[in-house]
Design a protein around this ligand. Structure first.
Ligand code: FEO
Length: 400
């Protein structure tokens, strides 16, 4: 038996919570779990919007049956093919063999490739409609929010947007779905972390999608992850708008690796100097302890980024190198940057960090960085102070 969760008089929540996985996409931590949201629209015809992760197919089916009983589903609308939403399609098709799968041309290429499904397809194009009875659905193609086939479905009758990953967040749903019924405080940082980890590379496509949606009278957003947004709908849209414009707040992430504390001492001096120069938001991440998901989220949050690395076997410290790869992969823009490091016989890390800055196009606020041989000495202490002062000055004068 399941509690029936209604969004409007004819839209039902049939999603599930995943409180078991440690890493979403086998990469990003989800200590508070995640929800895979799916919705039933019940009219003369019945439509199911997206499915859930394969681990929860049976639970998903029983939730659907709890709403519909023996009534069949006419349409399965696939807004997004990433398997956290698509992996139960085959199960749904087995249970409802005459179901029509609604998607675009790119959806169907993936449907064939992942699941060998080629029949009962209902192809839509930009702005096409599907009428279920009183309910009229209109489809909008929103490629790269988060994959190339991504689309959104707008219920023009109920003014409900089924947005796929957009406006989603990490965190399982603890007892309620509607944002007006639950305390949503814990979801705001999880929305930023979700956006930066999952969708963050695609700021421009998100901007294009927001522009496309801006003329719709949206009263409810049903995302594929996290709460259904009604009360906080404008705040949600505003968070996505700011993040997709890479508009970091005034603040600095000091991210460093350190084997024996020498690079870390430089990081401490830099952080102290930033605060002494009026930067309230300083977040330090030792890459041997902090995890990429949280570091990436903070880099999206703040305009300044300072990276420190020891030279390790004539290379960057491997955990710093791994983080640089993840930052490059996210394609983060508009960051002020500085770098520092230490070594014992041959300094390599700073050159690599300088090359990284050039590659990603960050503005370097202290050319050449600071590089210390062995433990921190007075002259390099002074340089660390100057580096941090340069960053603080740039942020204090920033028009970003
Ligand atoms: Fe929640 Fe891109 O899948």
């Amino acid at each position: 038996m399941h509690t029936t969760k209604q969004i409007t008089n004819n839209i039902y929540y049939v999603g599930v919570n995943d409180r078991t996985k440690h890493l979403f996409e086998s990469l990003w931590e989800i200590p508070a779990g995640v929800s895979y949201n799916s919705y039933l629209i019940v009219d003369e015809k019945v439509a199911l919007v997206d499915t859930v992760d394969a681990c929860y197919s049976d639970l998903f089916l029983s939730k659907i049956e709890g709403v519909l009983g023996e009534k069949p589903i006419d349409y399965l609308i696939i807004n997004h093919m990433e398997p956290d939403h698509s992996a139960s399609i085959a199960t749904i098709k087995r249970k409802y063999p005459s179901i029509q799968i609604v998607g675009n041309a790119k959806t169907f290429g993936m449907l064939d490739g992942f699941f060998n499904i080629k029949d009962n397809l209902y192809e839509i194009k930009e702005a096409d409609t599907l009428t279920l009875g009183k309910t009229v659905l209109r489809f909008y193609l929103t490629p790269m929010v988060h994959w190339v086939e991504t689309m959104m479905t707008f219920d023009e009758t109920n003014k409900v947007l089924f947005s796929g990953d957009a406006f989603g967040c990490f965190g399982a749903l603890d007892g309620g779905v509607l944002d007006s019924q639950i305390n949503v405080d814990k979801f705001w940082p999880e929305m930023e972390r979700y956006y930066s980890n999952i969708v963050g590379k695609y700021g421009y496509p998100v901007q294009r999608a927001l522009a496309k949606l801006s003329n719709l009278d949206i009263q409810t957003i049903c995302s594929t992850h996290g709460p259904v947004w009604q009360k906080y709908l404008q705040k949600t849209i505003s968070i996505y708008n700011d993040l997709s414009l890479y508009q970091g707040k005034k603040g600095v992430v000091v991210m460093y690796g350190s084997m024996y504390g020498n690079t870390e001492q430089m990081a401490e001096v830099i952080a102290d100097t930033l605060v002494a120069n009026g930067i309230e938001n300083v977040v330090m991440h030792n890459v041997s302890k902090s995890t990429p998901s949280y570091i990436i989220a903070d880099i999206f949050r703040y305009q300044g980024l300072i990276i420190g690395s020891p030279t390790y076997s004539n290379e960057l410290f491997p955990l710093v190198e791994s983080m640089l790869s993840k930052i490059k992969n996210r394609d983060i823009k508009n960051r002020y940057f500085a770098y520092f490091g230490s070594f014992s016989w041959a300094g390599v890390a700073n050159k690599k960090l300088a090359a990284f800055a050039e590659q990603v196009g960050f503005e370097v606020v202290y050319e050449g960085g600071v590089e210390q041989k062995f433990a921190l000495k007075h002259d390099k202490y002074v340089e660390c102070v100057k580096l941090a002062e340069s960053m603080a000055q740039r942020l204090n004068n920033s028009s970003l």
